[in-house]
Design a protein around this ligand. Structure first.
Ligand SMILES: Nc1ncnc2c1ncn2[C@@H]1O[C@H](COP(=O)(O)OP(=O)(O)OP(=O)(O)O)[C@@H](O)[C@H]1O
Ligand SMILES: [Mg+2]
Length: 340
């Protein structure tokens, strides 16, 4: 991984973690996480529920401490007692807390008064950036979830940080709000800031990020420019009758396809991994052998990469479920579905 731009520091990276481990009691949340986030990019930190995204964010902001491993922020080591350095880092982690009886503007002013010296004009500027100018004088108790989320982003930007850490910032935003947020974050990256943003929604990250890091069960499973992850490797999922799975596999393999039996095949799903979009060829090949698929779905490339890497499998009704099949098993952690 090469950094697109460097600031002072050894690695030239905005965020670098090495062998980061974190347990909550017997449960392993991070099992040796290595992240390399270049400066000046939007980095999409992607993973299913329980993968360790929020834990990572908390470690990067000093809210909790790692059991072992190192963190470098903006090229310098970040350790216990380094909370003062957090003026360089803006963060929004889980639901932001505000005084409900104060307005959005008053909340930001109160925060500005406790942090690095900030001109009040910056408060109004940020309210504009996040699209809250019209509601700036209203009490936060009257804000919708999405408005509070936007106010949280404004708060994270108060100290004009070089690095912005946002944990699932699109939570609670409506489609228009998501588009607006995407524009805001892209503009921040264009202005030279690094935006590290977590999500479990693939489509969102795909439209937003330059670099993607995929995490599953506390480990990085893939990291790189988004276009590199969007390889020509496609995947077509075929649904055939349970008693025809064997014949379908044999037929496809005979036809030169790399066919893999899906992990949920007990309900008749057969996964077929193929190069590019060859769904119609697969359909024809099966039909010629008297096997009629009841469903055939071409998945987008990034989606198949994500599903494969995180061990998630589609269920028969087309919904995503995150099981442990094919994923690295982490001692003490049962699956990615732990209750939060
Ligand atoms: N305070 C805690 N006490 C015990 N276990 C925890 C705690 N916080 C997180 N965990 C566990 O650590 C693992 C990682 O959780 P984390 O919240 O970091 O995941 P996440 O990727 O942010 O998931 P989500 O997409 O659901 O927000 C999970 O197995 C979770 O159950
Ligand atoms: Mg989380």
């Amino acid at each position: 991984m090469t950094a697109t731009a460097t600031t002072a520091g050894s690695s030239g990276l905005a965020v670098a973690t090495r062998a980061l481990h974190k347990r909550y009691g017997p449960r392993v949340a991070l099992a040796g996480l290595d992240l390399s986030v270049p400066n000046g990019v939007v980095y999409g930190f992607l993973g299913p529920n329980g993968a360790g995204k929020t834990t990572t964010m908390r470690l990067l902001t000093g809210l909790i401490h790692a059991d072992s491993g190192t963190i470098e922020l903006l090229g310098r080591p970040f350790g216990q007692g380094d909370r003062r350095r957090l003026f360089e880092v803006g963060a929004l982690i889980e639901a932001p807390a505000f005084y409900p009886f104060l307005s959005g503007r008053e909340n930001l002013r109160a925060l500005a008064a406790t942090g690095a010296p900030t001109p009040w004009s910056r408060v109004d500027e940020l309210l504009e950036v996040v699209g809250l100018t019209e509601r700036a004088r209203d009490r936060v108790s009257t804000y919708s979830l999405g408005m509070k989320q936007r106010l949280g982003i404004a708060a994270a930007l108060l100290s004009d940080p070089k690095l912005l850490l946002l944990d699932e910032p699109a939570n609670g935003l409506d489609p228009a709000g998501i588009v607006a947020m995407r524009d805001t974050l892209r503009n921040l990256a264009s202005a030279g800031k690094t935006v590290f943003v977590s999500s479990h929604i693939l489509g969102e990250v795909r439209q937003l990020a330059d670099i993607v890091g995929i995490i599953a069960q506390g480990r990085l499973v893939r990291e790189g420019p988004i276009e590199e992850l969007l390889t020509s490797r496609g995947r077509v999922r075929v649904r055939v009758k349970q008693d025809e799975v064997g014949a379908a596999l044999a037929r496809l393999e005979g036809g030169g396809f790399r066919a893999v039996q899906g992990s949920t095949s007990d309900d008749g799903w057969l996964s077929v991994a193929v190069e590019g979009d060859r769904a119609s060829e697969i359909n024809r090949s099966l039909a010629q052998a008297g096997i009629y698929a009841s469903a055939l779905t071409a998945e987008t490339d990034l989606e198949s990469v994500f599903l494969e890497l995180t061990g998630a499998t589609p269920t028969g009704d087309g919904q995503r479920s995150f099981g442990s099949a094919g994923a690295t098993t982490v001692a003490g952690q049962t699956s990615g579905q732990d209750p939060q």
